[in-house]
Write a protein of this length. Structure first.
Length: 188
């Protein structure tokens, strides 16, 4: 797979909003994802998640999601079962991927999902640094500005997933050699 071209695959850019920064103690409250190819958008996935714990005010001040917002949301088992079906067969993309992967793995463990997650994962933080080495900041919101991407609402899962997709595509375009960019050029 690593020697194949970026044009040969489907990708899923994803993002989670959470109750905090610790994947073992905190929980996902929103999941957003966009499935796409280098030719364009295939579909989207978005869901609030009932975290089973209270959302701290500090987290709400970042993403705006309240306890009331998630009161009737589906539980983690439902959302992550649907998310696994959605990402099946695609290459995963996240910005600062270790954060979102930590929450994904912890969430899957909590719902007793024991199969290994075997999707290849690409990190747009790495890709942006490689493709655009002289930027002052690689925060997702700053990349929107630096790369002249459409402004979206930061810290909402689906909007951040869209921005992640756009950063990936911009990086692929910048590093591509007439469309022949092997996947291995995008891996850490």
């Amino acid at each position: 797979m690593l020697d194949s071209s970026v044009t040969e695959h489907e990708y899923t850019a994803f993002d989670f909003e959470t109750t905090g920064f610790d994947s073992e103690e905190d929980r996902v409250v929103e999941c957003g994802a966009v499935r796409f190819t280098v030719d364009g958008l295939v579909s989207t996935f978005q869901s609030l998640v009932s975290p089973g714990i209270s959302i701290p005010s500090q987290a709400t001040s970042v993403h705006g999601i309240t306890n009331q917002d998630v009161a009737n949301a589906p539980d983690a088992k439902t959302v992550f079962s649907n998310f696994l079906s959605y990402i099946d067969g695609s290459i995963l993309i996240a910005h600062n991927a270790s954060f979102d992967l930590g929450f994904l793995r912890a969430s899957l463990s909590r719902i007793n999902y024991v199969e290994p997650l075997d999707n290849l994962v690409l990190d747009t933080l790495f890709i942006a640094r490689k493709a655009f080495p002289n930027l002052k900041s690689y925060k997702l919101s700053d990349l929107q500005t630096s790369l002249f991407l459409e402004k979206k609402q930061s810290h909402r899962a689906l909007d951040d997933a869209y921005t992640c997709m756009e950063v990936f595509l911009a990086g692929v375009e910048k590093m591509g050699y007439f469309g022949a960019l092997p996947i291995k050029e995008l891996t850490v």
